[in-house]
Unconditional design. Sequence first.
Length: 460
Amino acid sequence: MTMIRDEPASTGGLSEKLAIGLDAIAQGDHSPEAAASAKTRLLHAVRVALTSRDLPAAELAWNATGTNSGNCVVIGRAERLSGPDAAFVNGVTSHSSLKEDCGPGGLREGSHPGTYVIPAALAAADMANSSGSALLRGVIAGYEAVGRIGAASPPGIGLRRFRPVGVMGPFGAAAAAAAVWNLGPAATSRTLAIAANMAAGTNQGIYEGTMEPYFHAGVSARNGILAAQLAAAGAVTSHQSLEGEFGFFETYGGEQGATDEVTVERDEYAVSRVGTKRFAACMQNQQTLALIIDTAPADLNVGDIVGVTIRRPATGTNGLGSPGVSRIPPYSNMLQAQMSARFTAAAALAGAPVEDPTYFRNSYADSAITALARKITLDNSTDGSVAVEIKLPDRVIVLDSDMSSTLFPSAEEIRDRFLRDVGASEGFAHAGKLAALIDDLDQLTLATQLTDALCMPRVP
């Protein structure tokens, strides 16, 4: 597959201005810190995908597309698919455990950008036989696109209950593919315009715990590939796809956004700003779980608990108002349990392995955890703090340490998690090989040196 670079024709629209910056990244104009962060994002994404491929949504995505052959990697499987299908399956798999990376909430930083940027970049690199450095630049560009569009987008998008992954995902995936293929600023601008017409996704599936939310990531990755292909083929697109009277901001949010955010100078790239989940749960539950697991007394007997009060803000990184977070028992499926502040806290208090998504798959109806969850009350904090108050017959234990660093582990910790979990599932020698290939990605003549290593037979 050969892509022809397209030179700019000035229109002055926001998508063109953003495309110029993204094209600079595609030419290698980015910081060493951004490259290092992109490699860390890849480590985390590959770890999540390899350890999530047996989860229900991942299996379904594979079964729906697995008969379509191609030359693009599906992480952790020996068989390959076409680029769009591979992007779809890898996107769904990357989102199916809820252990993906994350922004601070809402549209900011693209919500869970690794679930669609990295699958699209991998597929684009395999489709075009691109270099490792092109793949790396695609990852950086994809994160940058959704970091800037997410910051610029009006709050009305969230207030109208569009799901951030569904509406941000096509932009990030499309920008990643355009950068891998080095399409140039004009075609990249058209790619973004087409992506604006692919933005979609509601939160009802999150609330009910069904599979549509996982598909948001996969469809975004697939559509990002298509957007870049259409742009490369010469599609004619609107010049004000973001800021126009009938463009993305006005249509989805009902007003203009903070359009300066699209081009403002920043101290660091978006790929360096995202968080990394520790637990297989909603992002809003991460700090509460860390608070319980890391600071609750070791001798706490859950049988003695009379009641629990969790105090968190209504919105934001720890918000109780996100779909499904405040759901009361019982829970009908895995995703409902993962989203629930009550269920996840009860499981953590009971010492359950909340880092493991299979726990939620197998135990969402656990009667003991459900009974404990019924004892949990949720209160809104007005000062932004997070606290857990545990009532025992003879005393009250208050957990209120600052756990905000939970979402920002060091690169060393992310690497250690990769080697531990991928080593356990694929063998420690292969985990070390994959880590080394990602470390040296910008030196690889062909990205297939990495994707070949990701395309492996299943380990019984």
